[in-house]
Design a binder for this molecule. Sequence first.
Ligand code: HEM
Length: 303
Amino acid sequence: MAVGKRFEYGDPKFGRLQLLAERINVTFYKLYIVNCFPVLRFFPGFRKMYNELMDRTAELYSYIREYISQHGNTAPDDIRDFIDAFNKTKQDNPGFLPDMTLTYLIADLFSAGTETSSLTLCWGFLYLTAYPDVQEKVQAELDRVVGRDRPPAFSDRVNLPYTEATIMEIQRIATIIPLLPHRTSDDTTLLGYDIPAGTNVFVNLWDLHMDPSRWPDPHRFDPARFLGENGRLRTHDAFMPFSTGYRRCWGEQMGKMELFLFLANTLQQFTLKLPEGAEPDFHGISTAFIYPRPFSLIVTKRE
Ligand code: HEM
C-alpha cells in the first residue's frame, strides 16, 4: 500500500526495516527529554544515543527514498500506492508539500502501521492464555455465528459482539501507546489553566484506560465491560486507543480490521496456552510503545 511492494516473510530488507523501526522507537523514548530540551543532545550520555537515533533514521529514510525514486516523478492514471497518490496530487497542485515530506510520511506509516497491530496481538495472545474462559467464549461465539467451514470475514464482525468486546478489552488493558506527545499550536485554556502556544502536552491514555472511577477493578481482563445487558456491544467514552481529535490515528479502520481478522481466524482454528508451569507476566517493557516481555505459547489445532 505504501511503496507498492509486498514483502515476503523472511525478506532480509523487511527484517532490517522492522528492526530499524523498533530501535528508533526505543531510542526515541529514551531521548524524549532531548525532544523537550534540544540542547541536551550535546551532553555526554545523550550525545551517543542521539547520534545513533540520527544514523538509524537516516538509514530508514534512505531505504524509503529508494522506493520513491523507483516510482519516478510522474504518477500513472491507475494509482497503485501511496507514492503514486502523493505524486499525482503534486502534479495537479504545484506548490504541494515538499518531496522530503513523502519520505517522512512513509516512515510514519511504516512505524505507526506495523508495530501497533502486532504488539496489540501479542498482548492479546498473552491475556487470552491467562484467561482461558474468555478464549472459550470467543471460540463458542465464532462456532455459533461463523462455524468452521469458512474463515471469519470482516463483515461477520457485527454479529460477533463478544469477540469485538474482547479485542476492545485487549486494547484497553494493554494500552500499547501510553503517552501521546502533542504541542499546542495556539494559546489555550484547559480546566482553568492557561497553556501558551508551543507547550509540550502529553495525553495520558494509560491513565484514562486504567482509571478505577471509570473502569472498576481496572487490572481485571473483562470483555463484559464493553457489553450491554442485552449482550450488545457498547462503547465507553473513556476508551480511545486510537486517540481522538485532529491527530487521531489515520489507520484506525485498517488497525481494527487487522486485529479482528487475525484474532478471529486464529481462535476459530487454534487454542492458545502457556507452557506447563509458566506464569503470565503482564509487566510490559516501556518504549514509545509498551511491549510484552517475550513469552512462549503453545498453539494447538482445535478438535
Ligand atoms: C492497533 C492498531 C493501532 C493503534 C492502537 C494505533 C494508535 C494510534 C495512536 C494512539 C496514534 C496517536 C494519535 C495522537 O497523537 O493523538 C496514532 C497515530 C497514527 N497512526 Fe495509528 N494505530 C494503529 C494502527 C495504525 C495503522 C494500521 C496505521 C497505518 C496504516 C496507522 C497510522 C497512524 C499514523 C500515520 C498516525 C499519525 C497521525 C498524525 O500524527 O496525524 N496506525 N495511532
